[in-house]
Every structure is written in structure tokens, then in C-alpha cells.
Ligand binder design. Structure first.
Ligand code: ADP
Ligand code: MG
Length: 718
């Protein structure tokens, strides 16, 4: 019989039912209570020190090392008041996860007592051993050390666990050569680049001196929940995050009854618990709902400055994972945990805003505001068209390959959905409609402002990888498990590049004596004409689009990660990232190497896990069942036919397993690049063959002999 208990999977959580949710006022007080905000620091620092720190946080001024000592003391006191016993520099190595190494505030002294230490030096810099983090060759083994440096632009916070708390200090992580070993450093550099370039453009539109520009980001996170009981009975989920076996259930998502349906009590309790923790961390969670697939859900906070949003995104994933366990559930963040049902993505809503809160991608109420809006829209069109490759690379991973271009997921082709209103405006600008031949006419601005562009246009297209949604662009190709840092870095940098070019062109026209309206009008028209191939408002999932994109429009279709990754070090991209000081050629090459490395290791682990499960779990189950059938003494056509079928499928499984075994033992070459191609071209197909035979067996072997929890069970426990 099964050695797992379906009933316990379903019942589990009631054992330690959650505490009741506090009333709304209390929740209000909870918000950011575990975050060391600037307001909090203001009460704890001298006026001069506070002003100095604020200059660093808000205006990017150089950190004054002289204030580190007092800030460290304030941090320590604040954290200990809240029960923290340890502190850690919290950073984002190139694994895509976060890393922490805890040190105690308490250190034993001569009297056997403990006293708290945490100095300014410890705050500003630490030297974790970098040898176990991927460096892509940036760190020679003889110099294993890396250093972490405090990032004052993201506030410190307290992470709580069942019996304690830790002060986490957001930090960047670099090699001693100064080369970035993390995802945060290039993100900060790209934000600076965007500010450097967009501010002069805004000045042409009359912005006041001293204006700063940053990017904003709001992330919708999709995830699955399954019963813990099932998770730990599935070595594939435990080892790889996805099911490597599993026949399609009789019922999947075809009834479309789950999406936006009532949220089951157990799940709602989990969500509420997670949200309360996220509030305390100052994360403005706003939305929760069921997603398309059974067992799939979504959480989304309100947008924030992208650097903070990137940190918060990592925390959201961590809190979801930790909290699920309290409810007897496991949160799956993998892009495709279950074949044949919807995968999980992470929609990255991106825009640019001034420090005064003006959204640069928001159509305004006046012709002047709309000039500016169209200028920045044109820049995004140009950026996405010229750097399709980089956007594709920024979401490339072995796990996202199962989702991108597959059913119910954006295609691997990058295009922009503009919606009918904005497309119509650009078409009218292009055709010069609106009369008079003047720029005002050209822009359709002669008499009145642009037609209102609804934020939630009726024809919202869910199949586009990059959609204008009224006052921001939504990049939908990102995978559910990934860090958003690199996608944001790419967005910031490619748009900075386009804005810089367009600003130069605009300046040239103005210096040639043109007025602003005409100059912007011509610029938008020319940019649209040049890059309109990237605009596609139709069905991105259709076969016709794939054909048209590639053959009609010459857009890139980098189907798998390994098709995309080589382009990272194309001369165009080395030049781009170099010009803006975001990533050097060596840093790019290192990232490329790490991407190959992680791709190879991911598939390699999957190949080995498939082999192990097929040989030691599924084959024995089939054999047991054959034994049962063979023991039947009465001649029965049903028993004989079933035995024949099981026998044949078991042999098929065995043959496929032999083939996989051979591929698992082969490396395909010495270079990481070759190994990665080997696993994509030989191991993945061999795994599919093994799975096919196994999934057919699952439908024939007696339920009591089937050793793995099935899709039918895992997806429907609520
Ligand atoms: P959807 O229609 O995709 O559900 P929502 O209005 O719910 O859109 O927003 C989705 C995400 O986009 C939220 O996180 C929201 O805060 C974010 N968002 C809204 N405006 C902006 C902006 N200007 N910049 C970045 N993100 C934004
Ligand atoms: Mg969305």
C-alpha cells in the first residue's frame, strides 16, 4: 500500500491552526515596524549625521565613513530592542538567491558574560569567503575573499523566525578587484545611468534643476501550493523543484473554475499570515488571488523604487516559502512544476519617475505633458527593438525554458503590445493626419490633448511579453523563481541608451531652430517608423505570429536559453553596458559563464534524478504489480492483457532508462558551453522518453502500487 497518507495531506494544517488576524488598525501599526526607516533613524541620530545619511539615501551622495559608527550603534540598539540577537549582511550572489552569514551581537568576554558589539567598520564592510559563490572566473582561487559593502539606499530590516530575530543589512557583494559578484551592484549602476541620461532630457521639457529620476517596479508573483506530505514523497520536487514524472489528471484547468475563484480557507489563512509578515517588513502587498491552474496563486505588492522592489521581491519569495510550511503546505516557485498545466511567471511592471513622483510614462492632461509622454514611449520602443536579445537573456534559465514559448506563456519572441489607443495615436502621427502639416497637427495636438488612454484598456492582451498597460510597461517573460535584478538592470540600461540617442537628436533639431512641438513630433514619427516592427497587438501565442515575427519582421526568436545566452557578450552589448558603466566586458563574460554553468547543473541534476526515480522507484513498482498479476491463478483475459501491457511498458521504460543513463555519463566536452549543449540536446530528450513510458505505466499500474503522489492528488488538495 501507499506509504503516504492522502488524508493526512489534506488534514495536516488544522493541527496548528493559525492565530486570528488582528484588526485593521493593528495591521496599520504593523506596517514597516521591522524596518529601520529614515524616520526612525532621524530620532536616533544627530541632526548632522542624519542629514549626511539622507543625502546618501535620497540623492546618491557618497557615504561619509565618519557617520558609520553612530549609524551602526543606532542600528544595533534598534534591532536589539526588537529582539534581534544576530546581524547579517544580506546580499544577492549570482545564484539568483540571497545569501546571509549571521554574526551574533553578543560575544563572550573574560567574565563569561556576553556583551554586544557591532562597529561602524562591521556595518560598512565585511569579508565573507567568496569561494563558494559563483564568480564566473572573476575571482581567482588564491584570492577567495570577496567583500560586502552596505547599500544605504535599501533600508535594513529584521527577519523573524520561530524563536528569534536577525538584523539584515542590504549589501552589495564584490571581488577585491571591484568587480561585481552580485545582482545588486549592476542594478544600482543602471539606476544611476538612467538618472544621468533622463534628467537632461527632462530639462529640455522644462523640468527644474535638481530633479532626479529612477525606475519604479511592481511585481506580480505566481506560485503553486501543494501539501507538504506530497512534496516530500516526490524526490523530483525535492531535488529539482519540478515534477519529472506524472500523468495528466482527468481534470486539469479546463473547467476554468479556479481562476479568481473563492480562495480556500487553508490558503487564505496562509496568505494572511504571509501578508502580515510582509507588512512588518514594509512590503506594500496589495493583491492576492487564485491563478489559472489548480493549486496556483498570485501575490502582488504596490510598486516601489526598483532597487527596493528587487530586495522586497526576494523577501516575498522567502516569506511565502517559510510560511507555507506552517500550514502543512509547500510553496513551489518553479516556472513549470507540473507539465501540461499553466506555468508560473513574474510580471515586472516598469516605469520611470522623478523624485517628485511624476510618472514619465503616464499620459498627461496637457499637450505639453503628452509631448513628453510620447518622447519616452518612443524611447522604450527603440530600446526594446534594438535590445530584444538582452530582454530575452534577462529571463533565460533552464526552468523558464519550460514555460516561455510553451502553452499559456509569452513566446520567446520579444514584441510590444501598445493597445489600440496608443497605436492609433502613433499611426496618426505617422500619416501626418490631423492636418496643417505643423507639428501640432502631426501630433494630433492642435486643438486638444491626446484622447484619454485608459489604464485598463478593454482589449488587454495577455499574450504579449511586453505590454503597455496605461501608465507603465509590463514585462511578462520573467520566470517565477528568478531575481528581478537583472531584468530591471537591462530595462534601465536599454532605455537609458535610447533616451540618450533621442535626446541628442532632439537637441540637434532644437539647435537647428525648430520649436519643441515640431521637433518632438518628427522624432516620435521617425522613431515609430524605424521601430514599428516591434509593435504587435495580436495573439502572441499563434503560429502565424511566430512565422511573421521571424520571417516577415526579422525579429529574434531565441527559443531556448542556450540560443539567447551567447548574445550577452555580443560587441553591441559589451559596448552598451560599458558605455553606461553598468557591467564591464569581464563582468559580462563572467555572468555568461555562470548562466551556462547553472543551466548545465540544473539539467544534469534533473537527468540524474530521473534516472534514479525510474530505476529505484518506478521500475520496482511495476515489477511488484507484475508479480501480483502473475500470482492470479484463475485464467482471466483482463489479467493477462494487463500483464502484457505492463510488461511491455516496463521494457520500454527500461530501454529509455538505458539511453538516459548513457547520456548522463557523457559530458559532451570540457567547456561549460559544450556541457550545457549536451544536456539540452541529449539529456532533456532522453528524460522525455523515460517520462513517457513511466506516465503510461502510471495509468495502468494498480493505484496501491503506484509509489509517487499523482497530479490528480497534488493539484487538488485544498
Ligand atoms: P494588472 O492589470 O496587471 O493587474 P495592476 O494595476 O494591478 O495591473 O498593477 C500591477 C502592478 O503594477 C502592481 O504591482 C502595481 O503597483 C504596478 N504598477 C502600477 N503603476 C506602476 C508604475 N508607474 N510603475 C511600476 N509599476 C506600477
Ligand atoms: Mg499583470
Amino acid at each position: 500500500n501507499h506509504d503516504f497518507d492522502v488524508m493526512s495531506a489534506a488534514r495536516n494544517w488544522r493541527v496548528d491552526a493559525p492565530a486570528p488576524t488582528p484588526p485593521a488598525q493593528v495591521v496599520g501599526e504593523l506596517f514597516a515596524s521591522d524596518v529601520l526607516t529614515l524616520e526612525e533613524l532621524k530620532t536616533r541620530l544627530s541632526k548632522a549625521d542624519y542629514r549626511s545619511l539622507r543625502g546618501t539615501v535620497e540623492r546618491g551622495e557618497r557615504l561619509n565613513p565618519a557617520i558609520a559608527e553612530t549609524v551602526a550603534l543606532a542600528m544595533k540598539t534598534w534591532a536589539m530592542e526588537r529582539g534581534a540577537t544576530h546581524y547579517t549582511h544580506w546580499f544577492q550572489p549570482l545564484t539568483g538567491a540571497t545569501a546571509e552569514k549571521h554574526d551574533s551581537f553578543l560575544s563572550p568576554n573574560g567574565d563569561g558574560l556576553a556583551m554586544a558589539t557591532f562597529s561602524g567598520k562591521e556595518l560598512i564592510q565585511a569579508e565573507p569567503d567568496a569561494s563558494s559563490f559563483p564568480s564566473g572566473g572573476l575571482r581567482a582561487t588564491f584570492e577567495a575573499r570577496g567583500y560586502t559593502a552596505w547599500d544605504p539606499s535599501s533600508p535594513a530590516f529584521i527577519m523573524r523566525h520561530a524563536n528569534g530575530a536577525t538584523l539584515c543589512i542590504p549589501t552589495v557583494f564584490a571581488a577585491w578587484t571591484g568587480e561585481a559578484l552580485d545582482n545588486k551592484t549592476p542594478l544600482l549602476r543602471s539606476t544611476e545611468a538612467l538618472n544621468r541620461v533622463v534628467t537632461p532630457a527632462l530639462h529640455l521639457f522644462g523640468a527644474s534643476a535638481g530633479t532626479r529620476v529612477g525606475s519604479s517596479m511592481g511585481v506580480e508573483q505566481e506560485y503553486f501550493l501543494i501539501a507538504e506530505e506530497y512534496f516530500y514523497r516526490r524526490p523530483d520536487l525535492v531535488m529539482t523543484g519540478r515534477t519529472l514524472f506524472g500523468a495528466q489528471p482527468p481534470r486539469g484547468q479546463e473547467l476554468e473554475d479556479h481562476y479568481f475563484g473563492a480562495i480556500p480557507d487553508r490558503v487564505l489563512s496562509f496568505m494572511t499570515d504571509a501578508e502580515l509578515q510582509l507588512y512588518a517588513l514594509g512590503i506594500p502587498v496589495k493583491t492576492r488571488h487564485n491563478e489559472v491552474a489548480p493549486g496556483q496563486f498570485e501575490i502582488a505588492p504596490i510598486y516601489e523604487d526598483s532597487n527596493v522592489a528587487a530586495d522586497h521581491q526576494q523577501l516575498i519569495m522567502q516569506v511565502l516559502r517559510n510560511t507555507a510550511r506552517k500550514y502543512g503546505l509547500v510553496c513551489l516557485l518553479h516556472e513549470k512544476p507540473f507539465a501540461g498545466v499553466n506555468g508560473s511567471g513574474k510580471h515586472c511592471n516598469w516605469s520611470m519617475a522623478t523624485d517628485a513622483g511624476e510618472n514619465l510614462l503616464e499620459p498627461g492632461d496637457t499637450p505639453h505633458e503628452n509631448l513628453q509622454f510620447l518622447f519616452f514611449c518612443a524611447a522604450v520602443l527603440r530600446a526594446v527593438d534594438e535590445h530584444q536579445d538582452l530582454l530575452r537573456i534577462s529571463v533565460a534559465s533552464a526552468s523558464n525554458d519550460h514555460r516561455l514559448g510553451a502553452n499559456e506563456a509569452p513566446p520567446a519572441i520579444i514584441s510590444i503590445f501598445l493597445g489600440s489607443e496608443l497605436t492609433d495615436i502613433l499611426d496618426r502621427i505617422d500619416s501626418g493626419e490631423g492636418g496643417r502639416g505643423t507639428a501640432a497637427g502631426l501630433l494630433g495636438l492642435g486643438s486638444s490633448v491626446l484622447p484619454p488612454i485608459p489604464r485598463h484598456a478593454g482589449d488587454r492582451n495577455r499574450t504579449s511579453p511586453f505590454a503597455f498597460t496605461g501608465n507603465k510597461f509590463e514585462f511578462r517573460a520573467a520566470g517565477s523563481s528568478q531575481s528581478i535584478s537583472f531584468p530591471v538592470t537591462v530595462l534601465n540600461t536599454i532605455v537609458a541608451d535610447a533616451v540618450q540617442s533621442l535626446t541628442a537628436e532632439l537637441k540637434a533639431r532644437l539647435e537647428g531652430g525648430m520649436d519643441l512641438d515640431s521637433a518632438v513630433g518628427e522624432l516620435v514619427r521617425d522613431t515609430y517608423r524605424q521601430h514599428r516592427r516591434i509593435v504587435f497587438n495580436g495573439d502572441g501565442y499563434s503560429a502565424e505570429w511566430h512565422h511573421e515575427a521571424e520571417h516577415g519582421r526579422g525579429l529574434l526568436n531565441l527559443r531556448t536559453s542556450l540560443d539567447a545566452i551567447p548574445h550577452l557578450t555580443d560587441p553591441k552589448n559589451v559596448d552598451l553596458f560599458g558605455r553606461f558603466g553598468v557591467l564591464s566586458e569581464r563582468e559580462l563574460a563572467a555572468r555568461q559563464e555562470i548562466m551556462y554553468d547553472i543551466y548545465f547543473k540544473t539539467v544534469n541534476i534533473e537527468g540524474e534524478t530521473t534516472e534514479y526515480i525510474a530505476q529505484t522507484i518506478i521500475l520496482p513498482a511495476a515489477a511488484d504489480y507484475l508479480g501480483d498479476l502473475g500470482a492470479v491463478r484463475i485464467a482471466s483475459r483482463a489479467v493477462e492483457a494487463t500483464a502484457r501491457e505492463v510488461c511491455q511498458l516496463t521494457d520500454e521504460l527500461y530501454d529509455a532508462l538505458q539511453a538516459l543513463r548513457e547520456q548522463n555519463r557523457t559530458l559532451g566536452g570540457d567547456e561549460m558551453h559544450d556541457k550545457a549543449h549536451h544536456v539540452r540536446d541529449h539529456v532533456l530528450p532522453a528524460m522525455r522518453e523515460v517520462r513517457q513510458a513511466a506516465d503510461r505505466l502510471e495509468k495502468v499500474v494498480a493505484d496501491k502500487h503506484w509509489p509517487l503522489p499523482t497530479y490528480r492528488q497534488m493539484l487538488f488538495v485544498k
